[in-house]
Design a protein around this ligand. Structure first.
Ligand code: CDV
Length: 330
């Protein structure tokens, strides 16, 4: 039986450091309006959608960075977005920087900061929350980098796991899951979602157009290749649709790559953005397609071999193998 939904990726062009939330929210509302006109049921925005990609900027005292975070959602500044979601009856993925006042792992109530995404229902209710697990970059100011990437300074590692929920999207019940940016490069993130029969993985990203740590081995075009490779492989290997959405273009003098993409459970690209600006791409997704992979080659219950995967959940870094000696077979 066909289960059709229409999915939109709402890529955002650059947001400059001095730009106010009101300007960004107005741009996002326009994208929601266009998504509605094109028949979309679900709209996916980028990671940290309300601000410039601020982890490129160093601040000594984190409290000085509070203006880049949301303490409540919606707030008076972001309310127009929620109003538009309700007006157009859309489901929406939104990435933002979150300040939460909640107990830490020792039970101490304190101010905590996360790189977060939520799924917002057409009613405006938040139905699912995810906090980024794979934080790239560094914690302290780096003197050898041209551009900082201070996500490890600005955010704690996400503490909500990889949740999936089944919620109605355009009249169809859909298993919804989320990732954020760097998570897409890690097969473990996708498999966590796949093991919950996810059918639509939504993910936003801010990916610098050039890898600063390339050491001469990574050409700029390979940045897009790696992003798409990861999303296409994640979708195929977990029999799910995926939507990867960029914040793109020249932000504060530094370039972020675009190439937002919608991928089907065969791992094929259904739609691809072609600008580095605000751009909407749309695809009709038949969720019945997820059934093939899930019930055949990636039937996890039949084919996964936990007894052979011990290292995956017990070891972080890789270790060098024993050196082969003539006459030995390891
Ligand atoms: N915001 C990110 O997580 N960016 C990373 C970069 C640093 C590699 C990414 O995976 O795109």
């Amino acid at each position: 039986m066909n289960r059709l939904i229409t999915v939109a990726a709402a890529q955002l062009g650059p947001i400059q450091r001095a730009e106010g939330r009101d300007v960004v929210v107005a741009r996002m509302v326009r994208l929601l309006e266009r998504a509605h006109q094109r028949g979309a049921n679900v709209v996916v925005f980028p990671e940290l959608a309300f601000t410039t990609f601020f982890p490129r900027w160093y601040v000594e005292n984190l409290d000085e960075a509070d203006g880049w975070y949301e303490e409540t959602l919606p707030s008076p500044a972001t309310q127009p977005l929620f109003d538009a979601i309700r007006r157009y009856g859309l489901t929406c993925y939104l990435g933002y920087a979150e300040i939460a006042h909640e107990p830490d792992e020792n039970g101490v109530l304190r101010k905590r900061r996360f790189n977060t995404s939520v799924v917002i229902a057409p009613s405006g209710e938040i139905v699912l929350k995810y906090r980024k697990v794979h934080l790239p970059g560094h914690k302290e100011f780096s003197t050898i980098r041209k551009v900082q990437h201070l996500e490890k300074r600005y955010f704690e590692v996400g503490n909500l796991g990889f949740p999936v929920t089944r919620a109605p999207v355009g009249g169809v019940d859909v298993n919804l899951g989320m990732l954020i940016c760097n998570d897409r490069r890690w097969p473990e993130s996708w498999r966590e979602l796949g093991l919950q029969q996810v059918e639509l993985v939504m993910l936003g990203y801010n990916t610098p157009a050039v890898n600063q740590e390339n050491r001469g081995f990574e050409a700029p075009y390979q940045r897009q290749f790696h992003s798409q490779l990861s999303i296409q492989a994640g979708c195929y290997q977990n029999a799910t649709f995926g939507v990867g959405v960029a914040k793109a273009g020249n932000e504060d003098g530094f370039e972020l790559m675009g190439h937002s993409v919608i991928v089907n459970p065969q791992g094929e690209v259904m739609a691809l953005a072609s600008t580095w600006d605000d751009e909407l791409i749309v695809a009709d997704c038949n969720l019945a397609m997820c059934e093939l992979g899930r019930s055949t080659i990636f039937n996890f219950a039949q084919h996964r071999r936990l007894e052979a995967y011990q290292r995956i959940a017990t070891q972080t870094g890789s270790s060098a193998p024993a050196v082969w000696q003539p006459g030995q077979c390891a």
